[in-house]
Design a protein around this ligand. Structure first.
Ligand SMILES: C[S@@+](CC[C@H](N)C(=O)[O-])C[C@H]1O[C@@H](n2cnc3c(N)ncnc32)[C@H](O)[C@@H]1O
Length: 199
């Protein structure tokens, strides 16, 4: 059986990085860039080819980017250094212990879900730090991948997984209304670690 890193290495082996279009990154970032701090430390978790990392670096943040795919990380590292982007990319099979605590002003996760990581992601935020999360939902209007329910969100699940964060934005259109419009097949969440939050 093919391992996770082999699977992704194969997919990324023919891919090239193109960050000239800022919309290559997840919409949760490109549509809400006004929320980002002008400087600080950012973490792109399961970064793939690093579109989110590059967006954050161009915004002025010092970015740590991790992924299980050596192929993706090698390509991102070469691209970042030849374009003077402040991105430290390294290979990591992410588990809760691998995520540093209280280290980041911004964390982005897109098109990746590992429910075991949610508490570690919250712990990795500095006070007032922001989490930008966008990934696939079980409710779909089109047959998009993945199909494994382990990688698909239940209704409102990001609100549950990150309930200790202050909600700055949540969007999940599900199956409501005109399927050709709106945010379909995915949910978006932005939360802030607000140590003064009262429930
Ligand atoms: C659908 S891609 C999303 C990549 C990127 N975040 C994006 O939105 O374009 C999922 C990524 O998760 C990575 N991944 C899967 N399992 C992982 C693990 N256990 N540790 C680290 N990265 C993992 C894959 O290598 C792949 O790059």
């Amino acid at each position: 059986m093919i391992s996770t890193d082999q699977h992704w290495d194969t997919l990324y082996s023919n891919a090239t990085i193109n960050d000239s279009d800022p919309l290559n990154c997840a919409e949760i970032l490109s549509e809400n860039a006004f929320l980002l701090p002008p400087k600080g430390k950012a973490f792109d978790l399961a970064c793939g080819m690093g579109a989110n990392a590059m967006f954050l670096a161009r915004h002025g943040l010092a970015v740590t980017a991790v992924d299980i795919s050596k192929v993706a990380i090698d390509k991102l590292s070469v691209y970042a250094s030849s374009n003077a982007l402040d991105i430290n990319a390294y290979v990591q099979n992410i588990d809760p212990k691998s995520i540093p605590k209280c280290a980041f002003d911004v964390i982005v996760v897109s098109r990746f879900l590992d429910r075991r990581l949610s508490d570690a992601i919250i712990d990795a935020l500095k006070p007032d730090g922001l989490l930008f999360y966008q990934t696939f939902t079980k409710e779909k209007t089109t047959p998009t991948s993945p199909n494994n329910p382990d990688y698909l969100l239940n209704r409102n699940e990001l609100l549950t997984l990150f309930s200790s964060l202050q909600v700055i934005l949540y969007r999940e259109n599900g199956l409501v209304g005109l399927p050709s419009s709106g945010l379909r097949n995915q949910a978006q969440f932005i939360g802030q670690k607000n140590i003064n939050k009262t429930s």
